[in-house]
Ligand binder design. Structure first.
Ligand code: ATP
Length: 365
């Protein structure tokens, strides 16, 4: 096993800079997830670590070894792709054994390892089948098995669950997590799915436009996002962003004014008269039914219900601010069931409020 260290990695394709300033170190045995919107550079980073792509500049270490000029097959990493890439004419057992045979590993050892890997992935009964006789989830497990059997120092997984249907994706995600707990192999996992990122990662690297936005444990990034991009990318439904202006000791949100407590105002510094984006998570909006609320730390916002989505344990409500295009996501308990057209009074907890610069997306607080 090994740690993986990237120092100021950059990759250009002709005039396009796909990634730059990429610096992080994954300690031995940890599970890190690279996440971000399409085209942000996730796969380029993973492929660079795998040796399928060459860095334009920067240093890449696996363990203590500088591997920039080491070919992919000598890096001791195993990569699993979204499309499985199994050999169609081989059985499951032959697919799992293939990498070991190429390395001329002793046939008895290969046999033992195939049995062990098949057991840990619940593939024992499928060893004689060909890939086309398997479901998508089973094929992906074989692809994982083939990678595990090689006992690499590092696992690289590029959207391995994206071709599976929802139920299978959930199951396989849990299996992957368990597998990592058992094997403890350093793993780097690419996805654009923030649920996968939140549930699997020891640490998440959030990327946007080829640059790192934030690195941290899932819960700490969720609670303390570095900027508006990170804030709106992690969380489902996403954080609400309310365009507002700040004047006369109040926020003006589409004509609704609410006073700003002094402590909050101190943090806004000299932004009097400027536009701001207010960020509030759907779970921090409470429907106020008795008009009694803590005026110190809360504000009331009037909204009109547009869509109600009952999900059993909880209800998601989409509501609009009158006279504006802004739509808010509200997460409430399952027994709350307003109807489209209802007017609601929303209590907004000012302690949970984020404020962003609308031009740069930088966090003001
Ligand atoms: P997705 O989630 O859509 O797979 P990604 O985050 O993995 O996206 P990359 O595939 O790493 O993004 O691409 C990053 C940027 O580099 C994109 O703008 C892409 O168009 C560009 N890029 C990637 N590979 C090449 C290439 N071989 N030639 C030119 N541009 C490339």
């Amino acid at each position: 096993m090994a740690n993986v260290r990237l120092e100021d990695i950059k990759r250009r394709f002709n005039n396009v800079t796909a990634i730059e300033d990429i610096t992080f170190e994954i300690p031995d045995g940890e599970f890190w997830v690279l996440v971000g919107p399409s085209g942000c550079g996730k796969s380029t980073i993973l492929r660079t670590i795998a040796g399928l792509e060459t860095a334009t500049s920067g240093k890449l270490f696996i363990g203590d070894r500088l591997v920039n000029n080491i070919p992919a097959r000598q890096r001791d990493v195993a990569m699993v792709f979204q499309n499985y890439a199994l050999y169609p004419h081989m059985t499951v057992a032959q697919n799992i054994a293939f990498g070991l045979q190429m390395r001329k590993v002793d046939s008895k050892i290969i046999q033992d390892r195939v049995v062990n890997v098949a057991r840990s992935l619940s593939l024992e009964n499928l060893l004689d089948r060909k890939p086309k006789q398997l479901s998508g989830g089973q094929q992906q497990r074989v692809a994982l098995g083939r990678a595990i059997a090689r006992e690499p120092q590092v696992f690289l997984l590029d959207e391995p669950l994206s071709n599976l249907d929802a139920q299978l994706r959930d199951d396989t995600r849990a299996e992957l997590k368990q597998l990592h707990q058992e094997l403890g192999i350093t793993t780097i996992y690419v996805t654009h799915d923030q649920v996968e990122a939140m549930t699997l990662a020891d640490k998440i690297v959030v990327l946007n436009r080829g640059r790192i936005q934030q690195i941290g444990a899932p819960q700490s990034i969720y609670a303390r996002p570095a900027n508006q991009m990170v804030a709106t990318f992690l969380g489902s439904p996403p954080m609400n962003i309310l365009p507002a202006s700040y004047q006369n000791h109040s926020f003006d949100v589409s004509g609704q004014l609410f006073p700003i407590p002094t402590v909050v105002e101190e943090r806004l510094k000299l932004r009097q008269g400027q536009g701001l984006n207010l960020g509030i998570r759907p779970e921090h909006l409470k429907i106020n039914t008795n008009s009694e609320f803590n005026t110190e730390n809360s504000a009331l916002l009037q909204v009109e219900v547009k869509v109600v989505e009952p999900l059993g344990r909880e209800t998601l409500i989409r509501a609009g601010l009158p006279g504006s295009m802004t739509v808010l996501n509200i997460q409430t308990s399952g027994d709350v069931r307003p109807r489209p057209g209802d007017r609601l009074s929303l209590e907004l907890d000012l302690n949970e409020l984020f404020v962003f610069d609308p031009k740069t997306g930088d966090k003001i607080f």
